[in-house]
Design a protein. Structure first.
Length: 176
């Protein structure tokens, strides 16, 4: 690992990830408030200084006015570089929402960039029983983005299988 001028780092034009305004501001603030984290998680670049891992951080480093950043220079072939770009952004783990709700401060987590479900949201009786009394009970959950829905699908299925034998859920996108 070595320190390199941020101005020498090149954003990857083929980076398949984007960052939205509110998340970007949280990342900028995170870098300003906790710059030591950059040492533990350097930007990964190829020998041409094109970013393989940390494109969003590079953008935030520039916005935060950081002049130098730690980098790891990876001398991999093109296939390994592409593989790293994807694998670096795949989330393998899952959040334990019970632990999050009971042992962590929601405001701090939000400030740190974690998207939290609304734990206090209670559906009203009509949402639970559906429009007709003889239909199976239903619940409607609305997410702000397809990404939030995608992240929640596995958690929801596991919860249903663990606690509500015989129940199932279906997913739809767009206006109903």
């Amino acid at each position: 690992m070595e320190k390199v001028k941020v101005s020498k780092l090149i954003a990857n034009p083929n980076n398949p990830r984007v960052i939205k305004d509110d998340k970007f501001q949280k990342l900028v603030n995170s870098i300003k408030e906790f710059p030591e984290m950059l040492e533990a998680r350097p930007v990964v670049v190829n020998p041409d200084m094109v970013v393989l891992g940390g494109n969003m951080r590079l953008k935030a480093l520039k916005e935060a006015g950081v002049k130098e950043a730690p980098v790891y220079i990876a001398s991999w072939d093109e296939i390994k570089q592409k593989q790293f770009i994807i694998k670096d952004n795949v989330g393998y783990g899952e959040w334990d929402w019970d632990m999050i709700a009971n042992e962590w401060d929601a405001e701090e987590l939000g400030d740190w960039g974690l998207d939290l479900p609304d734990f206090d949201l209670e559906p009203d009786y009509e949402d639970l029983i559906g429009e007709e009394k003889n239909k199976p009970a239903t619940m409607k959950i609305t997410f702000e983005s397809p990404e939030q829905l995608q992240k929640a699908e596995i958690d929801i299925q596991e919860l249903i299988e663990r606690k509500y034998q015989g129940a199932y859920f279906s997913v739809s996108a767009g206006e109903l």
